[in-house]
Every structure is written in C-alpha cells, then in structure tokens.
Design a protein around this ligand. Sequence first.
Ligand code: GAP
Length: 456
Amino acid sequence: MEKLISLGKRRGFIFQSSEIYGGFGSCYDYGPLGVALANNIKKAWWQAMVQARDDIVGLDSAIIMHPKVWEASGHVESFSDPLVDCKQCKKRFRADHLLEVASMKPDLDARKEAPKSTKDIICPECGGALTEPRNFNLLMKTYIGAVEDEGSLAYLRGETCQGIYVNFKNILDSARQKLPFGIAQVGKAFRNEITPGNYIFRTREFEQMEMQFFVNPKEVDKWYDYWREKRMNWYKDLGMKDEFVRWRQHTKEELAHYAKEAWDIQFDAPFGGWQELAGVHNRGDWDLSRHRKYSGVDLSYTDPVTNEKYIPYIVETSDGVGRAMLAFLLNGYEEVETRSGDEESKHGKEVVLHLHKSLAPIKVAVLPLSKKPELQKTAHEIKDSLAENWMTQYDETGSIGKRYRRQDEIGTPYCVTVDFETANDKKVTVRDIETMGQERVAIGDLKEYVEEKLGK
Ligand code: GAP
C-alpha cells in the first residue's frame, strides 16, 4: 500500500488535501492523472448504466436538500455508527469493526466463541478496557443563511440516492418511462466518519455512482439477482481479477435501516483483508413510502396495462468512485523485472500499472527518439492529431527506456516513437504496454490504428 501511495503522489494521481497546512481529516485531492482516472471510471459507469440502456435515465440533483428529506429517509434517526473509546489510550474505534475482526479470529483472544458484544473485547492498540458503544450520527450538518440556529440547519447529502427518490415523480411524469426502470446519478456524498482512513478507502467527502431500479414488488427477487450479476461483471469486464473480488451478504444485524437484503462486492485489500467496494441493496418500499408519508405527495405507481397500484420496490446499486479507483489501482499494480531498458531502474524492478484501456488516464504517449528539431516537429504534429480524440502526452526527456518506464507505471497502453527512420519511411513504432510488442505503423494510418485498439 505504501508503494501505491508513493506512486500516487509522485506521479500526480492522489494528493493529501491542504497538504501545505499539514493535510485535513482524511480528505484527498486528485491530481492530473487521478482526475483523468476518476473521470474514466465515471464515464465507464455512465456508459454501462445509462447510455447503453433504454430503461435507465440520468439525474443530477442538489447536494443540499430540504432537511425533511433526511428525516423521512431515516438518516437523522438511524444513520449512525456504534462508537467505543479506549479508557486507557483514548483511541476511538467502530464497535462493529472490532467485533467483526474479533469474530474472524476468536482464538486470538483465547476464546472459543466469537465475542457478541464489546464487553468481551479489549482495545486492539493497548489492551485497555473499552467504553460502552455510543451511537454517533454520520450526517454532516451545515447552516443555510445568516443565522445559525435549528431553523437554518441543513445536511450535506449522506447518500446520492435520496435525490433520486425525491425526483421519482418528476421523472415518471417527464421521461416517458414505465416500470421497471431506473434513475442513475453520480455525485458527491458526505459522512462524518468516525474512523476514516486507509488512504482514499474511507473519506468524509467522497463520490458515489448510484442507480435506483424501480420495480413491481412481485419482481424484486428477479431484478435483484440481475443487478448483482451486472455489477460484478462490470468490474470484471474492466479487468478486475477473479481472485481480487468476491461477494459478501450482510447479516440481519448489519443491515442498514432501509435494507431488506444487502450484498457487498468486496476486494482483497492490503489493509485488514476483504473490504467493501460496492453494494447492491433491496430497499423494498422503505424510501418511497417514507417520502410519501413525510411530504404528503402520492409516490405510488399505477400500471398502465393492469391498473395495479403499488409503491415500487427499489433495487439499488451503489458504487464509490474513490473506492473503485483504489481497487483498480491495487488490482493493476505490479512490480516486474526490468523491462523498459531504462539503465537507471533501481534494484532491477519496475512498476507496471495494468489498467483497462478505457480507464487509463493517458492513452498514448508520443516520444521522439532525440531532441533533433525535425523529430520534435513530427512528434508534436502526431501528438496534436491524436489529442483530438484521446488523452495524449508528449515526452522528450531522458532515455527512451526511462520514458517507456514512466508510461508503464501510469498504465499508458501505447507509446509511439518517432525515430531517425521516420523521415524516410513516414512510419513510427507503436509499443503495447501489455505485450511489449512493437509495430511499425504509417503515420497516415496511425489514427485509424489507435482507434481500432482503443475505440473512439
Ligand atoms: N445508498 C446506499 C449507500 O450509500 P453504502 O454501503 O453506505 O450504501 C455505498 O455506500 C458505497 O459508497 C460503498 O460501497 C463505497 O463504495 C462508497 N462509500 C461509502 N462510504 C464511503 C466513504 N466514507 N468513503 C469512500 N467511499 C464510501
């Protein structure tokens, strides 16, 4: 993980927020490569979830909504984590996490049975006694207007999907959709997490990609299975290795207040083993029933063919942009024996970042073999032409081996080298990051060649 964090900073994927002030509470900024990767993840998601489908439409709702939304959703009352403090070292932990770890390793505590309450466990840091769990609400508060009092209290949204529920009727009335259909949204969410950390895994400000699929309650099981399969396949189609991801079902005790059933896609994290990457939830009619009750607006649906009237059930798919980014980076990070020809490769190891081509921040690097003006001119022309369609980088600094290495560690699928032959044969050499194969391609055919490899 340290190596990935170091690559993240060195190559401009991820920076600590407000770093010159010492950083700030598990907030992170995405640098030039990070924002490109995050945008590509969101684009791939939108492509699969909205663009390719007739039965899902998009939405971009406000981050700050009427405070009643969060009362209706149950978040003001129930969106909390159980918190325990160590009486000795004063460190703070999530009780459910401690119990989960302890029940995975009951023998560590010299017990045969998994502990059922935090009374049975001790501080994992110093062995001190823990306080009773207290519930700690995760909603982030803000005040709207000039006066800071109860009347001006509002919340930064704790999950993006609530913006979808409160627009259900608007979309039903305007988008000419019939059930079953879905509404998708990508956007920021905020949670006052007690135990943020593990780099960008758990942050207080993060981005979600959520889709809510509205169905007839009688068909919910069928759609639930359908969406579970789709979401896992999305990760695998983008290169997530089979052994790196798995399913895990929430127990009854763990279920969020809104969920009838919940499954997480987990990834094999270098911190604490399997961790949640994304979720698929059967939210039943919880959300629409509650918003109907609190707003007084009828959110039921009448089937135009059968005339059956019901409150739709919701199958939710919920993914985090930052978590997906972390998982794709960890999944793709590999140290290999020197392969670029860079003589300065330290200790004979180099990093190759295996990213799906659609996710790679830079698609093509253009490298003139020397700084001779005629090579530079041709290379710039090629770069400008490719940049009309793809994120492209020009690099003329250092040996060609060093430049290949630089591109390999950020996952650039193709390097185009302009060499001394180019002036004569009007061809360039294209190198593939995965096969390391090199092909001679005519400059006039280059765009078509790259398009065939990458898509538009
Ligand atoms: N609408 C349902 C919902 O929000 P969740 O399991 O709390 O469910 C869904 O969150 C996804 O959002 C998670 O699987 C994760 O990818 C992302 N996520 C949640 N909390 C996060 C945090 N503090 N930091 C980064 N990502 C987070």
